[in-house]
Design a protein around this ligand. Structure first.
Ligand code: ADP
Ligand code: MG
Length: 466
């Protein structure tokens, strides 16, 4: 909430600056004002120190020499909190962006020809995400677990102005967030082509911003948001612990909201649960409508399978659909993947009929890994028991061979028997991913060289797999 107050304070400072500008214009005349003072903008206000930024060092020095005393006087008079006025150099400020947004007519489409002159913006085209034409509302199967998110997304797409703002969608992986975001974008492009939609992942936002900083071209970075009516940022969790980028995102967000533009976001957790995201940003993310997509239920999975089978042009018997819907419950991407494998198999064998046997055969690796619910905890426990050490020792920093070797074996088995990533495995052992990678390689070598080692590992694998 302090952040909220601060934001309001920022706004009132900006208003004061506008008034000061009017006065300076009267005092110094339009020509001088336009040349030297108009390009200035408020950068920050902290502890009584007001920072005004100029676009170039030359301009800054000129302003200091000719106008700073007067600016200081007028400002002191308006706002006694201001003790000092400093001038700095910066390309563009968020204030500029806000002004541009407020006054922008309806310029070019984001997906159309780019009109930026910045080399950064031009080289950036590779980063424009293509919308997936299959990700439409028509292709989205609605069930109990996603109907709310679907309704919210549809509503935002339909409304010609701004509706829930921001709309924040969240769910675990592969449950349809990106699909819904693309669906909104494509719906608007078709039904309201004058509205300019910009979709990007938070990673792209980050990448572009970091590049802008590197090439000292934040003006071009900000420029791209000016014409946007609907901004969509997918996977906001990628901004975790990226403070500078979050600040920039915060300002972009506020500027667009102020300018009456629609914002739509997605993440893997609710705003409150996002780790490494600043509180002021969380509270903004929470300020509109938050909708989650829950894990799928059996009926939805069945519905999706039938819909996708139809699209793939395959005949999917009910018992096979039910089998898959039962087995592959984790996410929709995997469900789709399994169906595609079956379809490909059937087509390769010139339309071989899809049966339950054939399905089990084609998907045997996948099904085995689903059946096998071995966890890293369990692996640590069993391996520690086998080598007669404690789990504590296994996770400790001790490097003695009688502890280090079992630790490496446990890491190796975790990689083999679970779908956890190297960093995830590493965390369980209080190590980083390179240590895990090294352990996996080491054990692979040992298995080849040392038959008793190979036998131990086989024995462990059998007990873990039951
Ligand atoms: P997320 O962004 O949440 O990780 P995606 O939107 O990428 O998930 O969805 C993963 C896959 O599942 C995509 O191919 C998408 O089309 C499909 N999918 C997700 N939800 C549905 C749904 N309700 N109906 C049809 N397909 C869906
Ligand atoms: Mg996604």
């Amino acid at each position: 909430m302090a952040e909220e107050a601060r934001y309001n304070e920022d706004l009132s400072i900006h208003n004061q600056w506008d008034e000061i500008c009017n006065q300076l214009k009267m005092e110094f005349g339009v020509t001088a004002f336009d040349s030297w003072l108009k390009p200035l903008s408020v950068s920050s206000f902290d502890n009584g120190v007001m920072r005004i930024c100029a676009p170039t060092a030359f301009m800054k020095n000129w302003v200091i020499a000719h106008y700073s005393d007067r600016i200081h006087k007028i400002w002191e008079h308006k706002n006694p909190d201001i003790r000092q006025v400093e001038f700095i150099v910066e390309n563009t400020t968020s204030r500029d962006l806000l002004d541009k947004i407020k006054s922008s007519p309806k310029p070019h489409s984001f997906y159309g020809p780019r009109t930026f002159n910045s080399p950064l913006a031009q080289n950036d085209d590779a980063w424009i995400t293509k919308l997936n034409p299959a990700y439409t509302f028509e292709n989205f199967v609605v069930g109990k677990t996603n109907e709310f998110a679907y309704a919210a997304a549809h509503k935002v797409a339909e409304s010609r102005g701004v509706s829930f703002n921001p709309l924040f969608l969240y769910s675990g992986v592969g449950l349809g967030k990106t699909h819904l975001l693309h669906a909104i974008a494509q719906y608007i492009q078709q039904n309201d082509p004058n509205r300019h939609v910009l979709y990007m992942s938070a990673e792209q936002f980050l990448y572009k911003f970091v590049n802008a900083l590197r090439y000292k071209d934040t003006a071009a970075f900000k420029e791209q948001f000016r014409a946007v009516d609907v901004l969509m940022i997918d996977d906001v969790q990628f901004l975790a612990n990226k403070e500078k980028t979050q600040d920039e995102f915060f300002y972009t967000f506020n500027s667009l909201m102020e300018g009456g533009r629609q914002i739509i976001l997605s993440a893997d957790k609710s705003p409150n649960d996002l780790d490494g995201i600043e509180n002021r940003l969380k509270s903004r993310l929470n300020s509109g409508l938050v909708a989650d997509i829950m894990p799928t239920d059996f009926d939805l999975r069945l519905g999706i399978l039938h819909k996708k089978a139809e699209q793939l042009g395959i005949a999917l018997p009910q018992n096979v659909a039910e089998f898959l819907a039962q087995k592959i419950a984790s996410n929709i991407r995997e469900l789709e993947g399994s169906l595609k494998r079956i379809a490909a198999h059937s087509q390769l064998l010139s339309g071989r009929e899809i049966t339950l046997d054939m399905t089990q055969d084609v998907l045997k690796d996948m099904l085995r890994s689903i059946d096998r619910k071995t966890t890293i905890d369990e692996i640590q426990k069993k391996v520690a028991e086998y080598f007669n050490i404690s789990v504590k020792e296994m996770q400790s920093s001790r490097r003695a061979r009688n502890v280090a070797r079992p630790r490496q074996i446990a890491m190796y088995l975790a990689k083999q028997l679970t779908s956890r990533s190297l960093p995830e495995i590493g965390r369980k052992f209080d190590r980083d991913h390179t240590t895990v990678m090294h352990a996996v390689r080491k054990v692979e070598e040992l298995v080849l060289e040392d038959t008793s080692m190979a036998e131990s590992i086989e024995a462990l694998r059998r007990t873990l797999e039951n």
